[in-house]
Design a protein around this ligand. Structure first.
Ligand code: AMP
Length: 541
């Protein structure tokens, strides 16, 4: 017997159209740069996203053409999330926290034909513009200032489109978005998402477990929309009709808590750095805010500590710990407690919730170490490898696959973990040596190479040091050339011209030699062991 179902393409356009007709009264709230709130409904959002799609096509963009965005979490960005793919184009969210050289590299590598920029980010964009060649640049004027000369107004672009224009019929395997990741060594790599991957990822994310997103929710993506598709929340909202609250550029704990309170947010997502700050604010003034009793948070990007999960529980806010990566759209696993595990004591529950959790539906997961497939005994470590319909099978135009994929087609995540007999994964280490500061990667190799460019430096290894606020910060371990002299200030000054400020090491340690592996590479694990207890930054030494 053969299946008799229609072969209907899974495209984001369907979510957009349904939202514009069946869910048109749901609201999107944006905190603007001056902190006032902009509100409109899905009906308006739908019309404007369609106008954008029409305008891009009328302006000559074709299927597969990338459109860059350099934007905060705001309603025009949400319009781009749907309007760009609905035109058959590819949304390229630029991570504006990168160094301008990297942003330029990424925009050029993707071949962004148009770029859309928030006016408050123009000073940053100006540093990138001489290095890139988009045909047109549009400015979103949310701060009320006129659009400067040399730029076009995003509103004029919209006005050139007609919401009633037909949208192109798309194939579910067409590209809808691209994010670049610095999660591996070398230059950033492009992960190109298909409509099909995004639609399936959205559905899985919204299921009752893990995140249970519905039109009864008010959801607030704190995770930047430039990072791994804002973890899929901008799509999940429109797919379900959830009310959306977008915080714009105001990400300090008090601003976020005020917004949560006033707009009755029920679901928010972000990295541990953000939540640690919020927890400290709540602990300091426990009676200041009255949050919605349904408020829950998805925390990922780095490990959510058990202490943080317990801390939020004391304030009635439930933390859902999730793990993923840009190459996985990003959701891979989440810390849900299985009903079949029976009555668990309090400590056991926290133990499970602090793990990275069980694999999502459609995410096949295995653990591989030198001995082959590692047993799921909660003790044996191995590299987590995954495959599934929203997991990358290659990088954009990067030639060789390198060692990121196994011969039998699994993605090597670079994360080392144990998995227990119930299937709960717990990350213990990373195979790669990058540093994750406040949810964003810092490449130790790039810093090392630059440091070793200083005339007084013989060897430099940069490792992740624990940091109270940012989770990890770079710590540079330096061997000076014999007879040469350079102090921390000199080295910092040497790096300052080439790296974003937040990439610069927090501290420098001068040693006689750096331990090496048998093949002559720096043995960073030994350095990490040696300096493990060193806490840099606030509260540290
Ligand atoms: P990115 O592609 O920037 O999202 O980074 C992905 C990497 O972040 C993963 O390979 C992990 O190393 C790390 N990561 C993400 N979520 C978690 C988590 N919940 N716990 C620990 N590490 C995480």
């Amino acid at each position: 017997m053969r299946a008799t179902m229609m072969d209907y393409p899974l495209t984001l356009t369907q979510y957009l159209e349904r939202a514009g007709t069946l869910l048109k009264d749901s609201e999107i709230v944006t905190r603007l740069p001056d902190k006032s709130l902009h509100r409109y409904r899905y009906g308006d959002f739908h019309r404007r996203a369609r106008q954008l799609a029409s305008a891009l096509r009328r302006a000559g963009l074709e299927r597969g053409d990338p459109v860059g965005t350099m934007m905060w979490n705001n309603y025009p960005h949400e319009e781009c999330y749907f309007g760009v793919p609905a035109a058959g184009c590819v949304l390229h969210t630029l991570n504006f926290r990168l160094h301008p050289n990297d942003i330029a590299y990424i925009a050029n590598h993707a071949g962004d034909r148009f770029v859309i920029v928030d006016d408050v980010l123009l000073p940053l964009f100006e540093k990138v513009r001489p290095e890139i060649a988009p045909e047109r640049v549009f400015v979103v004027a949310l701060s009320g200032q006129p659009v400067p000369e040399g730029y076009e107004n995003y509103e004029d672009l919209l006005a050139s489109g007609d919401p009633d224009d037909d949208l192109p019929a798309l194939d579910e395997r067409d590209a809808c978005g691209v994010c670049y990741t610095s999660g591996t060594t070398g230059r950033p790599k492009g992960v190109v998402y298909s409509h099909r991957a995004m639609v399936l990822h959205t559905m899985a994310m919204c299921m009752t477990e893990p995140f249970g997103v519905s039109q009864h929710d008010t959801i607030m993506p704190v995770v930047p929309m430039f990072h791994a598709n804002g973890w899929g929340l901008p799509y999940g909202a429109v797919a379900t009709g959830a009310r959306v609250v977008l915080p714009g550029p105001h990400l300090d704990p008090v601003s976020l808590l005020d917004l949560c309170q006033v707009e009755r947010v029920t679901f928010a997502a972000g990295v541990p750095t953000i939540w640690n700050g919020i927890l400290q604010a709540l602990d300091a003034e426990p009676d200041r805010w009255s949050l919605d009793p349904r408020l829950r948070t998805a925390v990922g990007g780095s490990a959510a500590s058990e202490a943080m999960i317990r801390g939020f529980d004391r304030h009635g806010v439930r933390t859902i710990h999730a793990w993923g990566m840009t190459e996985m759209t990003p959701l891979g696993s989440a810390g849900v407690i299985k009903a079949t595990m029976g009555e668990l004591g309090e400590d056991a529950q926290y133990d499970y919730r602090a793990k990275q959790g069980i694999a999502m539906p459609f995410v096949d997961m295995r653990l591989i170490n030198d001995a082959g497939t590692a047993p799921w005994d909660g003790e044996t470590m191995g590299e987590v490898q995954v495959r599934g319909p929203w997991i990358a099978a290659a990088y954009h135009n990067s030639g060789e696959l390198g060692d990121k994929w196994t011969e039998d087609g699994w993605l090597r995540t670079g994360d080392v973990a144990t998995i227990d007999s119930e299937g709960y994964m717990k990350i213990t280490d990373r195979t790669k040596d990058l540093i994750k500061s406040g949810g964003e990667w810092i490449s130790s190799v790039d810093l090392e190479n630059a440091l070793m460019g200083h005339p007084a430096v013989s060897e430099a290894a940069v490792i992740a040091a624990r940091h109270e606020k940012w989770d990890e910060r770079p710590l540079a371990v330096i061997v000076l050339k014999e007879g040469a002299e350079a102090d921390a200030d000199a080295l910092q000054g040497h790096l300052a011209g080439d790296f974003a400020k937040w990439w610069l090491p927090d501290d420098y340690l001068f040693v006689d030699e750096i331990p090496r592996t048998s093949t002559g590479k720096f043995l960073k694990s030994a350095l990490r062991e040696r300096f493990e207890g060193l806490l840099v930054g606030e509260g540290g030494g």
